[in-house]
Ligand binder design. Structure first.
Ligand code: TUI
Length: 314
């Protein structure tokens, strides 16, 4: 059994977070992950506060274990959701795609554990100073909005820059990734793409099929020109977006082309016009299983790997 500081801090059995995937990570998925001993996280994405409140209540009807909420800071509803997590006494808030400084005081006063995603050392230092409880160091292997650095490079630098527990994210799909993350100094992991194949993950069947059939080189990053690089499967939409980005489209045309693409992938399975966010480990996701099985499996795989580590030292 692998336990770490983050388990004691949050009251979870396994040091495994489920990433706050916009449009995907709802109350049902979060409850399944938390029920399995990890930390399930409801994604606010671009949704209004009332949607998030409803999902928190759904999760609470399914499990008594702690759940978290991820606030996507580029959302027009970020202020609204920031208030909802206080009103609903959510125990853990993670943030992504920006700087949560303006909310930290209110969340801490409400006794919320704040765990921001950081993609740089400067942000790690700032969040440590402002009273974050832990940090998620997310490398560019992840799906969705990505930073510049890889997990291998980012995690040790963040660990050196903070005294807080660090959760590694990006490129982790199994026990080998968990063991590697711990070797880099992390005391937990966050996985997103791996949970797309969970029975409790209610994405369109086309999305699941694409992930289950993915190969090693199947993702690409688009959106750099508009300042929001996003990793997704290399589909017709992603190729056309990239063509527009490096060719004929102006910023307004690109923005319009991308609008609604995440929803079209998740809800409609739109093979032509959907944006199927995915991390680089998609090809390591090979079967459907329950979220609880995923959590337990990766941690059980990590254990013998970590136990064998002393064999390397002569
Ligand atoms: O946020 C994510 N992943 C996401 S958000 C998302 S929704 C979206 N839709 C369309 C365009 C863009 C996003 C899909 N996937 N991951 C966490 C994450 N946060 N990765 C990188 C960062 C990050 C980047 C810069 C965190 C802080 C930061 O600081 C910037 C600053 O203000 O200095």
């Amino acid at each position: 059994m692998i336990r770490s500081a983050i388990c004691d801090m949050l009251g979870i059995t396994y040091p495994v977070f489920q990433g706050g995937m916009a449009w995907i990570a709802d109350g049902k998925l979060a409850a399944a992950v938390s029920g399995g001993g990890g930390l399930g996280i409801i994604a606010a994405g671009n949704a209004p506060g009332d949607y998030v409140r409803e999902q928190i209540r759904i999760a609470r009807s399914l499990t008594e274990k702690p759940i978290g909420v991820n606030i996507m800071l580029m959302s027009p509803f970020a202020d609204d959701v920031a208030q909802v997590v206080v009103e609903e006494s959510v125990p853990v808030v993670t943030t992504g795609a920006g700087n949560p400084s303006k909310y930290m005081k209110a969340w801490k006063e409400a006794d919320i554990r704040v765990i921001p995603v950081v993609a740089s050392v400067a942000m790690a230092k700032l969040m440590t100073r402002l009273g974050a409880s832990a940090l998620i160091a997310e490398g560019g292997e992840s799906g969705g909005h990505v930073g510049e650095l890889t997990t291998m490079v980012l995690v040790p630098q963040i660990c050196d820059a903070t005294t807080l527990p660090v959760i590694a994210a990006g490129g982790i799909a199994d026990g080998r990734g968990v063991a590697a993350a711990f070797m880099l100094g992390a005391c937990g992991v966050q996985m997103g793409t791996r949970f797309l194949s969970a029975y409790e993950c209610t994405i369109h069947p086309n999305y699941k099929e694409k992930i289950l059939k993915a190969t090693d080189l199947c993702t690409m990053v688009t959106g750099k020109r508009l300042g929001h690089p996003v990793r997704s499967l290399r589909t017709q939409f992603a190729r056309e977006y990239a063509k527009g980005e490096y060719g004929a489209m102006d910023d307004a045309q690109l923005e319009a082309f991308g609008t609604g693409a995440l929803r079209r992938a998740v809800q409609e399975g739109d093979n032509e016009r959907g944006c199927f966010l995915s991390g680089q480990i998609a090809s390591m996701v090979r079967k459907e299983q329950s979220a609880a099985e995923i959590v337990k499996e990766v941690m059980e795989q990590a254990e013998p790997i970590l136990r064998r580590a002393p064999e390397w030292v002569k």
